[in-house]
Write a protein that binds this ligand. Sequence first.
Ligand SMILES: CC(C)(COP(=O)(O)OP(=O)(O)OC[C@H]1O[C@@H](n2cnc3c(N)ncnc32)[C@H](O)[C@@H]1OP(=O)(O)O)[C@@H](O)C(=O)NCCC(=O)NCCS
Length: 188
Amino acid sequence: MNQLTKEDSEDPLSTVAHTRATSATPEFIVPWEPPFDIQLDASQIRIMKCEVAHLSQIVALEHQLFSATSAYDAAFLEEEITAGRYLVALDRNNAIAGYAGLEPENTNIYISNIAVRRSFSGIGLGREFLRNIVAASVKMNAPRITLHVSEHNFRAIKFYSEFGFTVDSFVRDFYCENDSAYYMIYPL
Ligand SMILES: CC(C)(COP(=O)(O)OP(=O)(O)OC[C@H]1O[C@@H](n2cnc3c(N)ncnc32)[C@H](O)[C@@H]1OP(=O)(O)O)[C@@H](O)C(=O)NCCC(=O)NCCS
């Protein structure tokens, strides 16, 4: 069931620091598309809802791509994947090329995670994840998509800005001391 209501969607924009969803969070079902294949550059990629079978590869990639203070741990990732909140991209050999995760944030859809394996970076996979996130968020009648990005992550800031996200606020020491975040929004 869609937990976003018209009444909630008129709430003012939240700029509070994001807190992780827990098992106490009300049911939040993401209406991902059924699995489909796309050709990006020379790579054929399958995009599908993530399954627990993908967990160990995702945990390994998460630690390659994020710092110790910002990487999610295996228990949290398992909870999110089990709840159907993650999308995954697989290469021809079923190796993980990337993944993305969503959470509810009041009536907004919050991008909790987006990551592309380095060998697949720069061919449009991140943008493909964003397109899928927009489609799912529109189906959920969300007023906007939000996220936090590290002030030091210039590539990701450029990536989100070029897609159409704008900076709403600056959250000092969001990840840890001396690692602040921009809170960015994409209106729907
Ligand atoms: C940020 C990230 C998700 C982008 O994904 P991606 O698949 O490489 O990006 P895309 O190929 O879809 O590129 C989309 C746009 O992003 C920007 N971009 C992508 N790679 C870039 C690079 N190496 N340097 C600068 N900008 C880059 C460009 O604007 C690009 O548009 P263009 O192709 O028209 O130039 C990916 O680099 C990543 O996973 N980084 C590590 C994890 C991370 O930082 N996640 C974000 C956490 S908030």
